[in-house]
Design a protein around this ligand. Sequence first.
Ligand code: MG
Length: 170
Amino acid sequence: MLNEKVAELLNTQVNKEFYSAYLYLAFSNYFSEEGLNGFSNWYLIQAQEERDHAMLFVQYMQNNDAKITFEAIGKPEFSAEKHIDVLNAGLKHERYVTGLINNIYGTAYEVKDFRTMQFLDWFVKEQGEEETNANDLIKKMELFGSDPKSLYLLDQEMAARTYAAPSLVL
Ligand code: MG
């Protein structure tokens, strides 16, 4: 049996990961409307990854006989006057998610739930990568976003991203 508090936080994280997928789909919609189909593709794939994260939490809870309760997924909220506003909102969100993962880890650590800590190790590493990716995008947009030709090339680079299933297998 999982510790009650750990199980509660894992359950909440399912919702947070689905919300992340929803948020990134909204980003994808925004860039599609802006005519930047490469960025739209990049965030579409990001949304697929977030859905995978949610599924991993569900599967982990099922495997450990934890009761799962689904709550409503919030409406994605962000304001974008410029393209870079969306990228900044992405980084801010990933930092928030890193805090959530760290909080679950800290709670698992307190109750000596080594199994959950090992499960979360993958997410700790993943969050590092997410923050790096979000940061890199912001830097690229700062450097090249104001020049139409460079933005076109950057959009093509974003179009090249393809979906890969998560490396974590439960
Ligand atoms: Mg995630």
